[in-house]
Design a binder for this molecule. Structure first.
Ligand code: HEC
Length: 493
């Protein structure tokens, strides 16, 4: 069985060749535990009862740190905003948090924090919510604003509200752990993208149903992608330390993605009876995006991944499918669509300076087995600002809509790439069947009004935007949907 290429409809084949590069992975598994704590704190403010502030005015008392805010921040922010975490400041105590109160409220209201890029928009309302959704609802946002406006009162520590359990970063019952083969020092101000090639030593195929990535140095590990290297060719690229430079992907063909991690993400678990396959003899590539602290050298010598093995042959094979990056028209209205700045037939080109440019692809998927989409995400580089993925069913079944939006990331940020898991059982998640069409729209801003473009140009020692085409380098672009799919092994064996 040949795994990632078990099916290769037009477009997917293209996507897999140009984008042996592509990106990242599985959103978190596990259950959402924050909801109840959150509702509780929202209710306590509405009624204004137990906020512990002295108030004899008869008005509802202002929310306080110990009674209202600490539980929210512990559940949604502290995983990154803690000593030694990826975020630049800690939010684990009142002393830490009080000076930041209005900034916290601002960052939450403008959607920049917590980083969770999937969002509902006028054009995109996925049928299911997301697992481990970190975002704050309107009542919680209002609570933080009210706290900031009241001057960030501390409240009474002796009568503090219980804090929610922090999301667990431990994969339950992990079987084996693999560590990067050597260390690296990250200094200066340029991001570093490093691939590590690891031989897991499998004599037999391994089936994986859980993956946990552990950043060796959380101050600099910005995200991690895990690929299976079917033929073991990464060994040839790696130096004597088992490392090589790579940007958005593994830098070689015949790989498949099985996991992605960004700070704050819980372990990734496949749906029940579903597992990724790592063939005997394959290697594992750990692709790490390092972001220097800007204040001196930092070392990572211990990023690792824990794997949990599926005890038997699963009913469903899990695959991360990367679909998109179409660079030409297929005719009949499919493939890459005409764009606003085409000057040479239909082409993928984002001219230097264009601040509102879109590329659109319509991909019909023929001769494929039925796919259940348990996770979805988007991938672009630095010029991208928004990406939307819609699925049009050739023959909708049951109460399935004709067209459904799978995911939209209206404030794209290359620094926070991951996929998002639908909060629904496998038999209820969106399905792709033969004949269905995927519609991908990517919006770009290739001008100096896009701070990510400014940053990317700086990293390349350039001061003006350049024409951008489809490709793998930092200043190339992509428009790629990333899907965690489950397919019945019996459909393909
Ligand atoms: C997944 C990790 C993560 C989580 C969760 C997170 N932050 Fe952050 N936060 C960061 C990082 C990293 C930065 C530094 C700027 C950046 O890289 O975007 C940051 C920066 C900030 C800033 C500085 C201003 C800004 O927008 O950059 C504020 C304020 C902030 N976070 C508030 C919060 C609050 C409030 C929460 C919880 C509701 C939260 N963050 C959750 C990682 C996180």
């Amino acid at each position: 069985m040949s795994h990632a290429l078990v099916f290769a409809p037009r477009g997917i084949a293209h996507a897999l060749t140009i984008t042996a590069v592509a990106m990242f992975g599985c959103g978190g598994g596990g259950q959402t535990t924050e909801a109840s704590a959150t509702e509780a704190s929202a209710t306590s403010t509405e009624s204004g009862t137990d906020s512990g502030t002295d108030s004899d005015s008869g008005e509802a008392a202002a929310p306080t740190w110990h009674q209202d805010i600490a539980p929210l921040v512990a559940g949604r922010c502290a995983g990154c905003h803690e000593a030694g975490g990826i975020a630049p400041f800690s939010l684990t105590s009142y002393e830490d948090a009080k000076g930041w109160a209005s900034l916290l409220a601002d960052a939450i209201e403008d959607g920049s924090m917590p980083p969770f890029l999937a969002a509902e928009t006028d054009e995109c309302q996925p049928r299911h919510g997301w697992k481990n959704d970190l975002r704050l609802n309107d009542a919680e946002q209002a609570l933080l604003r009210a706290w900031a406006d009241a001057g960030a009162p501390e409240g009474d520590p002796t009568n503090a509200a219980p804090l929610p359990e922090p999301p667990s970063t431990d994969l339950a019952d992990a079987d084996e752990s693999f560590m990067i083969p050597s260390g690296i020092t990250v200094d200066g101000n340029k991001d570093k993208f490093v691939c590590y090639s690891i031989d897991p030593g499998y004599d037999l195929d391994a089936w994986i149903n859980g993956i946990q990535i552990r950043p060796g140095n959380p101050k600099i590990v910005h995200h991690v992608l895990i690929y299976i290297d079917e033929n073991g060719t990464s060994a040839d690229l790696a130096d004597e330390n088992g490392q090589y430079d790579c940007f958005g992907g593994p830098g070689i063909g015949n790989t498949s993605l099985i996991g992605a991690w960004a700070p704050g993400m819980p372990p990734s678990e496949t749906p029940p009876d579903t597992a990724y396959r790592i063939a005997a003899g394959a290697r594992i590539i750990v692709n790490v995006h390092y972001h220097p602290t800007g204040s001196g050298p930092e070392v990572d010598d211990s990023t690792s991944l824990d794997l949990r093995y599926h005890p038997s042959l699963p009913t469903y094979l899990a695959l991360m499918q990367l679909i998109g990056n179409e660079y030409s028209s297929w005719g009949d209205g499919f493939g890459l669509q005409p764009g606003p700045n085409d000057d040479n037939g239909i082409q993928f080109k984002i001219p230097a300076g264009a601040d509102e440019h879109s590329e659109t692809m319509i991909l019909r998927l023929d001769d494929i087995p039925d796919l259940r989409i348990f996770a979805a995400g988007t991938h672009m580089h630095y010029v991208g600002t928004n990406m939307q993925v819609q699925l049009k069913h050739a023959n909708p079944q049951g109460d399935e809509p004709d067209t459904e939006c799978l995911v939209e990331t209206p404030d794209w940020d290359f620094g926070w790439q991951r996929t998002y898991d639908y909060d629904a059982p496998l038999d209820q998640v969106p399905q792709i069947r033969s004949g269905d069409q995927l519609y991908l729209r990517c919006d770009y801003n290739n001008s100096l009004s896009n701070p990510f473009v400014v940053d990317a140009l700086n990293q390349q020692n350039l001061d003006a935007p350049v024409d951008v085409y489809l490709g793998e380098e930092t200043l190339d672009e992509m428009c790629l949907g990333v899907f965690g799919v489950a397919l019945k092994l019996s459909d393909i064996l």
